[in-house]
Design a binder for this molecule. Sequence first.
Ligand SMILES: [Zn+2]
Length: 467
Amino acid sequence: MALRFYNTLSQQVETFSPARDNIVRMYTCGPTVYDYAHIGNFRTFTFVDLLRRWLRTNGFGLDHVMNITDVDDKIIRNAVAQRKSLAEYTAVYTEAFRKDCATLRLEEPERLVPATGHIDDMVEAIERLSASHHTYSSEGSVYYRISSFPGYGKLSHNDFSGNLAGARVDVDEYEKADARDFALWKAPKEGEPFWETALGPGRPGWHIECSVMAIKYLGETLDIHAGGIDLIFPHHENEIAQSEALTGQPFARFWLHAEFLMVEGQKMSKSLGNYFTLRDILERGHSPEAIRYLLASVPYRKSLNFTFDGLKSAKTAIDRLRNFKLRLETDRYPEGQSEELAARTAQACKGFTESLNDDLNTAEALGAVFEYVRDANSAMDAGTFRAGNAAAALELLALFDSVFAVLQPAASQGTSDAGVDALVAERTAAKKAKNFARADEIRDQLLAQGIILEDTKSGVRWKRKSP
Ligand SMILES: [Zn+2]
């Protein structure tokens, strides 16, 4: 079956292919760099990474733009409080974001673009919106007039024809003609940094940056626009209103949205003490691969319950796959090929591919891999696994890892030679004390890092498997 996605705009699952040149023009909303990103943010970014990788596996090229929101109310408030320029303040968190992404093995988009690098483009776009009567000015700010765009609400499937009870409104609502109207350009408040432009002094609102940078780099109609589900309204609705008023063309063909992340069954919040940045989780001793695996394992349209038990299970799952890979690479099997196993491998490969083609159903894709590993391990134990079956099994693991990217241990986790010697000595001591559980645990821990132990007459020898 062909690749297909659930499109928030049509509320249908649709077959996907890019509109031109086999290149997917994709825009995803990036971080606001006022603080370290939290694991809820990284759930969305991990989904975007899986999406990138799977699009490429489908043979498509990528032109993916992600914005860095490096000017907004919180950034200005914090920068002013710390007596820093916006650039000084945001540089720290922009760099931290890139580093966190690298830690989680999230590929960097083809273009990672800061809002403040595009102020002139935004001013020009706002002038064009004003010329076509989509805006009005009030006390130095410029607002988008929602009533000038009849399609408003088509993404969130909200009917805005009546009154607007419950809609989120800005604090400076009183300056606006209609509560739905949003600021394209904000006049500076006392003591705030601002840009001097043709629109007067001020700074852009959040929504306009995405429209302007998406169109600038990717053209009038994107193949995919993605982000967290909390962005559907008002952010993405506003992006559509701005972009389509500017170009007269549909802004994006496919809209993909990742569901929320919960922590231990509750909404993440600082007051509940369950608010975690990526760095918080790493400090507790969890590996980036386990975090990545957990974030990736739940299909993006289901809400994800992030638990510490879940992280442990993720680690176990990764170890199981690593051990299977090691077994494939190091054990000797009888010559020849088992036709039955060859068919089983092909079936697993098909199951994995079809699951991801089905709107990135990662849970089913993982199911296909683990059922296969169970069967192949049984065949190995029974002596029916043959040397000729190993290559296809390794190919399946390579396909898995081209998307999930968890099999290679992180470099920083690797144990030094002295550290391995110490663990080997501890294992020997544990065995003597008949603490076999601990001995096995150490063996598995080393095995997961590609370190193989050999019990010989002269004691335990170890070697590193070449990468
Ligand atoms: Zn955006």
